[in-house]
Design a protein around this ligand. Structure first.
Ligand code: ZN
Length: 117
């Protein structure tokens, strides 16, 4: 799988960065979920490059990308949703005990391992 990522990212990452990325990912469990901002710290990459690495890992079938919606008022995690750019819906929040309109700005993009079924 390291070769697949190298094909995509080429010289933009050095060999230490590739090694670090792969040792971190091989330590992921089914419960590991990361954001681009977290891995940008782990891998010492610019946020946009970290996001690109994660998306490349999605493309090669190692990671899956999904969204979790948080209540804009109390930050409670409301649900997991399919990845779409124009997400918007009304959800009930237990924390606030009311229906709340949520949209893409309330969504965190999360990456986790693709699990063999
Ligand atoms: Zn709430």
């Amino acid at each position: 799988m390291i070769e697949l990522l190298k094909e995509r990212m080429g010289e933009r990452l050095n060999s230490q960065q590739y090694d670090k990325i792969f040792s971190d990912i091989s330590a992921f469990t089914r419960n590991t979920a990361v954001t681009a901002s977290r891995v940008s710290i782990w891998w010492e990459l610019e946020y946009s490059l970290a996001e690109e690495v994660l998306n490349a890992l999605v493309d090669v079938g190692i990671l899956q990308k999904y969204q979790v919606v948080r209540c804009p008022k109390c930050s409670l995690l409301l649900k997991k949703v399919e990845y779409t750019k124009d997400y918007k819906e009304e959800l009930y929040c237990y924390g606030c005990d009311t229906d709340i309109e949520v949209d893409i700005s309330d969504v965190d993009v999360i990456y986790s391992l693709v699990m063999a079924t």
